[in-house]
Design a protein around this ligand. Structure first.
Ligand code: TGC
Ligand code: FAD
Length: 390
């Protein structure tokens, strides 16, 4: 009774372990208790609810798969996915904060950082004492991050960092930023930039109609002196940030299912209760078509995400497989949100229900972490061997 309704048309629960279900149910009841009651208000005010940071840490949403020795939850990829699903059932913006913290900040420090960097940052990020952000996108380089112009040069005992990043989730209040920049030879490296470093500012981006409960901003570097020990030594080149994106995109493939489930549950309940022409609208063929197609698409998306999770647990998932799941599942969710909104008629456009908020949020989700078209081109490149980007 404490939990949301959970469409499970193909008994996918039977594919989950007791630990998976425990982790999922803990996230589900936390979201219902702490996120759903307040999130509409924060979205309306375009504000991130900072009071949920501690709870996100407690349900394992900051570094679900990062080893426990660094403060992470030490869980597998399916548990990670299920946590993202439950959080995005609440709001895509809240899931964004958790995706960025886990896969775009903790992951690169864990995978590419030195042991000192891991010990310095990971436990604080896992507990929510520190919030991080990830700076890859620039004003003139979105889909093509390899063209970035943000750069650093050797200046004695430190580097001098210059440039700007745009559209950065968590930027306005993040304590640290993992920033991707080119060295004097044009090679991309990751640097940890800390709030308070002189010449580093993070202006907020206002007037978004999407992901309003998530804070988005710029990162501006004006001759920032970054200590040499803040460079991530383990990997350089565009493959380093793209490796982080694989992990975040996988989480989004699960997260989108959560948003879709919430829209479907809401529309199904409404269709059974709303009476027009003396019968519930759910008894009409047109509305049943919408609902039947929704549950079919959710079920297909669940199977795609679950299988991808198994492949990731076995270390076998390819980047192209991840692109397929991100692209398919986000499109599935946005289509369901649009149809669900129609089932609610005029009520669908209000903040009394979550659907319109999900629908607007998903416009960001379908664009960030690689646009819908870029993921299609990644699949195209994978099956033909011919990149169509350039
Ligand atoms: P290309 O020449 O294909 O590749 C460069 C190097 O990277 C390697 N690589 C990967 N490595 C790991 N994981 C992946 N997914 C990889 N994809 C490619 C590749 O093997 C190569 O390595 P090497 O050793 O040969 O140098 O690169 P390209 O410049 O042609 O670009 C390819 C393309 C278009 C697919 C890529 O640039 C891309 O994915 N663009 C989309 C950009 C993007 O997704 N940005 C996301 C920014 S972060 C964000 O949106 C956070 S929102 C978070 C939230 O709030 O939840
Ligand atoms: P563009 O790259 O200019 O694309 C515009 C259009 O052209 C798209 O439809 C695209 O698919 C298409 N296109 C581009 N190239 C091709 C091609 N070769 N062939 C055919 N079509 C093409 N970035 C970060 O680094 N960190 C973050 O935390 C972060 N958070 C974000 C939060 C939000 C709310 C949003 C909206 C974005 C965020 N981003 C972040 C940025 C996001 O990753 C980029 O917006 C995205 O990668 C697309 O880049 P762009 O907006 O510059 O679009």
């Amino acid at each position: 009774p404490d939990l949301f309704q959970a469409p499970d048309y193909y008994q996918i629960d039977e594919l989950l372990s007791d630990e998976h279900k425990m982790v999922r149910d803990a996230a589900r009841s936390w979201v219902k208790r702490e996120v759903s009651p307040i999130i509409e208000d924060f979205a309306q005010r375009a504000e991130f609810p900072t009071q949920i940071i501690k709870g996100l840490a407690e349900i394992g949403a900051f570094g679900p798969y990062i080893p426990e020795e660094y403060g992470g939850a030490g869980l597998d990829q399916i548990s990670y996915g299920l946590i993202m699903q439950e959080i995005e059932r609440g709001d895509s913006g809240v899931r964004s904060t958790s995706s960025v913290q886990s896969s775009l900040v903790m992951y690169p420090i864990w995978k590419y950082g030195s042991e000192e960097q891991r010990k310095k940052y990971l436990p604080k990020l896992a507990s929510g004492e520190f919030i991080g952000c990830f700076g890859l996108t620039e004003p003139d380089h979105g889909s093509n991050p390899g063209g970035m112009t943000t750069n650093f040069k050797d200046n004695g005992d430190h580097y001098l960092l210059n440039g700007a990043k745009l559209w950065i989730s968590n930027a306005p209040f993040a304590d640290i930023a993992v920033v991707w920049a080119k060295n004097e030879e044009g090679r991309i490296h990751g640097l940890v930039v800390e709030r308070g470093m002189e010449g580093f500012t993070t202006p907020e981006t206002h007037n978004k109609w999407s992901l309003r409960a998530s804070a988005t901003g710029e990162l501006i570097f004006d001759n920032v002196k970054v200590p040499k020990e803040n460079i991530l030594p383990g990997k350089s080149g565009l493959g380093a940030p793209l490796g982080c994106l694989d992990s975040a995109r996988y989480g989004i493939a699960w997260g989108a299912i959560g948003a879709a489930m919430d829209c479907y549950d809401t529309a199904l309940r409404y269709a059974k209760e709303r009476v027009q022409f003396d019968k519930p609208i759910g008894a009409t063929q047109l509305q049943q078509k919408k609902l039947a197609e929704m549950i079919t698409e959710i079920t297909k998306a669940q199977l795609l995400a679950w299988r991808l999770g198994v492949l990731r647990n076995e270390g076998k998932a390819t980047s192209a497989q991840i692109s397929m799941a991100k692209r398919n599942n986000v499109e599935m969710a946005i289509n369901i949100a649009r149809e669900a909104r129609q089932i609610l008629g005029g009520m669908g456009i209000t903040g009394e229900y979550s659907i319109m908020r999900h629908m607007m949020n998903l416009e960001s989700v379908i664009t960030y972490e690689g646009t819908h078209d870029i993921h299609l081109l990644i699949t195209g490149m994978d099956i033909t061997g011919m990149p169509a980007f350039k």
